[in-house]
Structures are given as C-alpha cells and as structure tokens.
Design a protein around this ligand. Structure first.
Ligand code: CP
Ligand code: NVA
Length: 307
C-alpha cells in the first residue's frame, strides 16, 4: 500500500518549527499589506484546494475559499453530506482519490485520527481546519494578531479562560512554539488532555478560578463552552462554566495593555460579557480577518511558494 510520508502537512502546530512559524506569520502580515494596496499576488495560480467540511463554519470556509481565489487558484467545497465520505467510503480510499485530483486539502471534522489517516494516504498537503482535538489554523491567526498589536509573544503570559478543548490544546502547542507561559482557568472536570499537559508542564499553570489565573495576563482568550458536537451538553456546561465568563471586571485584573481574543463564534452573555467584544481591549475582528492572511501564507508554505 503506497503511503505518502514526505509531503508536508499541517495537522497541529507541532508540524512547524519555530522558524517556519515565524516565516508564515511574517508572510501573512506581508500578504495583508499587499491586499490592502490592491496589488496582485497570484502565487498559487491554477492550484485547487479541496475543502472537506463535516462540521459547520463561517470563518474557515470564507477565509480558505477567498484566500485560494486571491492567490490565483480555486476552492472546491466538499460537504460530507454530499460526498461518498458521508456514506461511509473509507477515508483511505477518499484520500487517494481526492488527492490525485487537487493540489492541497483542508479538512474540518470530528475525530483527529480521521485527519491523520487522510494525511497518511494523501499525495498532497493536508491542513487541519479544526478537529475535536486541535484548531491550529486559528492559532496562526491569533499569533499574527498578537504580533501586529503587541509584537513577539515570547516571554508573555497568555491566559486561557474556559473549556480545555481543541482551541486550548492548540494554545498549549503554541506556548511551546512561541515560548510563552500559558495559564489555563477551567472548571474541575473540563481540563485539557492530561498527556498534552504533562508534556508541556514546564510552561503551563492550571487554575480552577479566573481571578488568580488572569493576574499578570498580557493576552486573555476564551471560546464557547459547548463546542460543535457537544450541543446536548449545552445546559450542563452553562452551569459548570458560570464563574468562567470573561468580562470587564476580569479584564481589569489583567495587565493594563492586555488584549482579548476569541476565535468566534461567540455567545455574548455566556463565555464573554455583552460588551467586551467591542471594548478597546478586544482584537477579535482583526483576529477573524487574519484567518484569511495567515492561511494564504500557510498554503503558500505547504505548496513550496515560500520557504
Ligand atoms: N473560528 C472559526 O473557526 O470559525 P468558523 O467555525 O466560523 O469557521
Ligand atoms: N471549540 C469550538 C471552536 C469553533 C471555531 C468548536 O470546536 O466548536
């Protein structure tokens, strides 16, 4: 059985070195400037991006589809409902077929293992556009956003408030790659993956209250309390996370110039207070826009257009 081990994939942030991450972030910032100046940047002319979605999306779909078009290529939206993937065609077979026809593939799905299997049998680069365990594309945008607003995150204190979910796991990976300290404030029973925490114990501190965690914060981040696939737990989670809202009182305990991020979609009045998204410390709209620029840089990187 032929496997394609040499192709570069982006399944988690650990697929990049710190230097490579820096190249992608710098290029993302450059691509943003190029676009603002309405300059052409068709570095991926004729390339086709396959976009496999098993979960909903606004930002990820729009940023990838617009991004590949702006680079001179085209995106092919593949909903699992309308492809044979949704009817049980094995991932290995789908990967071989789809990757024989397109140049790069992004996948949003449930089990992280599905993306790993797809990558193992793919001839072309695979991008994790969110799994139950990781959301590394969002971290590219978040790191770009911090860099633009405050400079290099190295040595800073980042505070994750909320569920120990896919986003939190990617922040743990980012802490190592970017060399920052990560405070995680979550209710008991909602901690991140224990193995991942143990492997990064030297740069993580776990808290079960928000006030202690947010002291000294340069960057505060949260996410929905109920991720996609956890809809039936929504009510239980609202109770469990009631004391873990990011609001004005909490942000006042952070450093004076601390900034607030949220990958969105946000649920105002739950994980964030009604007004914080539009408060001066919030950079969530830049963060959302940066998905476009960061993923364009990522696609160029994976396809060898930048090195
Ligand atoms: N942040 C993010 O991935 O948003 P979507 O679910 O809208 O793609
Ligand atoms: N943790 C959220 C992120 C959404 C972009 C989820 O997985 O639904």
């Amino acid at each position: 059985m032929q496997k394609h081990m040499q192709t570069r994939h982006f399944l988690t942030l650990n697929d990049l070195s710190a230097d490579e991450l820096n190249i992608i972030i710098q290029r993302a910032i450059e691509l943003k400037k190029i676009r603002s100046e309405v300059r052409l940047h068709k570095t991926l002319e004729g390339k086709v991006l396959g976009m496999i979605f098993e979960k909903s999306s606004t930002r990820t779909r729009v940023s990838f589809e617009a991004g590949i078009a702006q680079l001179g290529g085209s995106g092919l939206f593949l909903s699992s409902n309308d492809t044979q993937l949704g009817r049980g065609e094995p991932i290995e077979d789908s990967a071989r077929v789809i990757s024989s026809m397109v140049d790069i593939v992004m996948i949003r799905t449930y089990a992280h293992q599905s993306i790993q299997t797809f990558a193992e049998y793919s001839k072309v680069p695979i991008i994790n556009a969110l799994s139950d365990d990781y959301h590394p594309c969002q971290l590219l945008a978040d790191i770009q956003t911090y860099t633009e607003h405050r400079g290099n995150p190295q040595g800073k204190t980042v505070v994750w408030v909320g569920d120990g979910n896919n986003m939190c796991h990617s922040y743990i990976n980012a802490a190592r790659l970017c060399d920052f300290t990560l405070h995680i404030a979550c209710p008991k029973g909602y901690e991140p993956n224990a193995e991942l925490m143990a492997a990064n114990a030297d740069r993580i501190r776990l808290f079960h209250n928000t006030e202690e965690a947010v002291k000294g914060a340069d960057w505060v981040v949260t996410d929905t309390w109920a991720s996609m696939g956890q809809e039936e737990e929504k009510k239980i989670r609202e109770d469990a996370f009631a004391a873990f809202q990011v609001n004005e009182e909490l942000m006042q305990l952070a450093n004076k110039d601390a900034i607030f991020m949220h990958c969105l979609p946000a649920y105002r009045g739950l994980e964030i207070s009604d007004t914080i998204m539009d408060s001066p410390c919030s950079v969530v709209w830049d963060e959302a826009e940066n998905r476009l620029h960061a993923q364009k840089a990522l696609m160029e990187f994976l396809l060898g257009a930048i090195t």
